[in-house]
Write a protein that binds this ligand. Structure first.
Ligand code: RRO
Length: 312
């Protein structure tokens, strides 16, 4: 059985990888991903300058997932670019993803130009969906700003690129966003980022479980699964076939991975489950996915990718 997959001309031995933000802040964490069964890795979203992020506590595991308001703590674009350039020399056959995020529209030009001018040969993920920077709206919920940013990026950026999207909840939003995205030379989209601005309360103290933003934070894990499936499915039905889809959200079992692929995911990312279980999650979920495929007589992802049945 093969769990191999492909995004554009990039080949990966395993469909699983980390979601940006989880286990990818430092070179040591990234090295652990590289040595794992994961197909590849993505860095924490890098900003033009390093950031400490929001005050703690800023992440909390919940019974059905997680809430976070990290606030984009990261070591800065240069750190991740240096890591990626060294990595691609050591592992010429293992393309990696760099995630980047702007604090405002102008930052995306700065980030894109720096990567364009570098020797980076991997894939760049432009994060348009960070929910947790006080005072900054999630870019991709504003179609006009998204269009401006993509125009500015692709005027100068000629390397393989994709966008990380927030969850959408209305079919008209899928129509509008997909029509916009289809105009750009994207290699992939990544659906979904966390469900922005949820709230959880500690019943013992009647207090929010995280400090930043009065307790509001992005929700991940099992809470996100049906939304992630819907977003992957809705975009697969609307995007050009050349645009691959990375499915992210709500993965705890091999069946969850299988379901995202059924909806059309070409690659699947682990967020909350990787944060809570650590690197062993990759082997466990790979085994669980292979077992499901074996019972159905499938030997490769193409045997069921996008093959979701609906009721007539
Ligand atoms: O750092 C964060 O607070 C964060 C980011 Br940039 C993101 O894209 N998604 C998220 O859940 N947290």
């Amino acid at each position: 059985t093969s769990l191999a997959t492909q995004i554009g001309d990039f080949h990966f031995k395993n469909v699983l990888m980390n979601a940006s933000g989880v286990h990818c802040m430092t070179a040591a964490e990234l090295d652990e991903l590289a040595a794992s069964p994961a197909g590849t890795l993505v860095t924490k979203s890098g900003t033009p300058n390093a950031r400490p992020g929001n005050p703690e506590p800023r992440y909390q595991a919940l019974t059905m997932g997680s809430i976070n308001s990290m606030g984009l703590p990261n070591k800065g674009l240069d750190y991740y670019l240096d890591y990626a350039l060294a990595f691609q020399v050591k592992h010429p056959q293992q393309p990696i993803f760099m995630s980047v995020a702007g604090m405002g529209p102008d930052d995306y030009v700065t980030l894109a130009q720096k990567i364009q001018d570098s020797d980076f040969t991997g894939l760049t993920e432009f994060n348009l969906s960070c929910p947790n920077v006080p005072g900054k709206p999630q870019i991709a919920y504003d179609l006009e700003t998204t269009e401006q940013i993509l125009d500015n990026i692709f005027r100068l950026f000629k390397k393989p690129a994709g966008v990380k999207l927030p969850p959408f909840f209305d079919l008209a939003q899928f129509d509008q966003m997909a029509a916009l995205l289809n105009r750009y030379p994207l290699q992939f989209i990544n659906s979904i980022n966390s469900l922005g601005n949820g709230l959880m309360i500690d019943p013992a103290t009647d207090t929010t479980v995280i400090r930043p933003k009065g307790g509001f934070g992005g929700i991940g894990g099992a809470y996100a699964k049906p939304i992630a499936l819907a977003n992957v499915r809705a975009f697969r039905q609307r995007l050009r076939a050349e645009i691959a889809i990375i499915g992210t959200g709500g993965v705890n079992t091999g069946r969850d991975v299988y379901d995202l692929i059924l909806c059309g995911a070409d690659m699947v990312q682990l967020g909350t489950v990787l944060q809570e279980e650590g690197i062993p999650a990759f082997a466990r979920l790979s085994q669980e996915l292979e077992a499901i495929m074996a019972t159905k007589g499938y030997t490769q992802l193409a045997d069921f990718k996008g093959q979701l049945h609906t009721i007539a």
